[in-house]
Design a protein around this ligand. Structure first.
Ligand code: NDP
Length: 263
């Protein structure tokens, strides 16, 4: 049996085991997906091999550490510097970032976009900024504090903190902060958000499974919006296809994995 897991801290809340096991069961694949609570990210590689895993996902806060522990990193993850999916290939650990492509798949429903404002400057913001740029959507970054902006400026993106930012029109407003996850905070001051929503075409929050204060404001002005569920699904579909060495297509996996969102 092939064993897969998700590494994270915390990891108890993760929907990934349900998502992947639903696919394995439906397709009668001899595989099992578990959770691994890991506080020391430096041990990730050793634990991966000790558990004789075939693959894994990586969540907060280990995506950057996981990147440094791979024998090879493929695709857009090389540019982003974080991985969320690990595959064992000929005894070598191969890293991928499926958050980036998962997000791009999730925003297709907004139609043609050419600009986006990313609120937040953490690991998810990095992945999304690079992914958007690859798809000819110009990202601008807006973060509470200036400390994390350097990465984005070095990549040639416009990046601001609350003090230096002046609202203007963006096609899509994206919340990648954890504001609203366990509290009722907005990711930016209400005056800024109101001005931004007045001229945008839509908004998305990467937090899933709840209406955040950010999405509640978007709803008030009747803009198209979505939470992070589609991104979660799409990154999982891409990861599952990698786990199954592309023997099953994303088109086959998607409707099955989607069923797990009903549980
Ligand atoms: P990080 O910890 O790397 O970054 C957090 C960012 O949020 C920082 O820019 C921080 O600003 C900002 N922030 C935190 N709290 C507040 C607040 N109260 N007000 C304003 N800004 C705030 O987190 P990640 O990028 O790894 O993850 C962010 C979110 O994305 C999480 O909620 C995670 O669950 C979600 N996620 C969802 C996925 C999906 O599939 N739907 C996939 C991946 C992530 P500062 O620099 O000032 O501290």
């Amino acid at each position: 049996m092939n064993i897969f897991t998700i590494f994270g801290d915390p990891v108890a809340h993760s929907r990934s085991p349900l998502m992947h096991n639903t696919v394995f069961k439906a397709l009668e694949i001899d595989a099992c997906y578990t959770r691994t609570q890991l506080s020391d990210g430096a041990k990730l590689r050793d634990v991966f091999f000790a558990k004789a895993l075939s693959g894994a996902n990586v969540t907060v806060p280990h995506k950057e550490t996981a990147y440094t522990q791979c024998d090879e990193v493929r695709g857009i993850a090389q540019e982003i510097g974080t991985v969320n999916t690990l595959i064992l290939e000929n005894d070598r650990l191969i890293g991928y970032n499926t958050d980036a492509d998962g997000f791009i798949a999730a925003i297709q429903s907004f139609g043609q976009l050419s600009t986006a404002l990313i609120i937040g400057a953490g690991g998810t913001a990095k992945a999304l900024a690079i992914a958007l740029q690859h798809h000819a959507i110009t990202p601008t970054i807006l973060n509470r504090s200036s400390g994390r902006l350097e990465y984005f400026k070095e990549k040639g993106f416009e990046a601001y903190d609350w003090e230096t930012f002046t609202p203007r029109s963006f096609d899509l407003i994206i919340n990648t902060t954890s504001a609203g996850l366990t509290d009722n905070h907005l990711p930016i001051p209400i005056e800024l958000l109101t001005a931004l929503l007045a001229t945008s075409k839509g908004a998305i929050d990467v937090i899933y499974g709840k209406e955040t204060p950010f999405l509640a404001e978007v709803k008030k002005v009747k803009l198209p919006y979505k939470d992070g569920s589609d991104m979660l699904l799409e990154q999982g579909v891409i990861a599952n296809a990698l786990f199954l060495k592309s023997t099953v297509s994303a088109q086959q996996i998607r409707p099955i994995m989607k069923r797990s969102f009903l549980y």
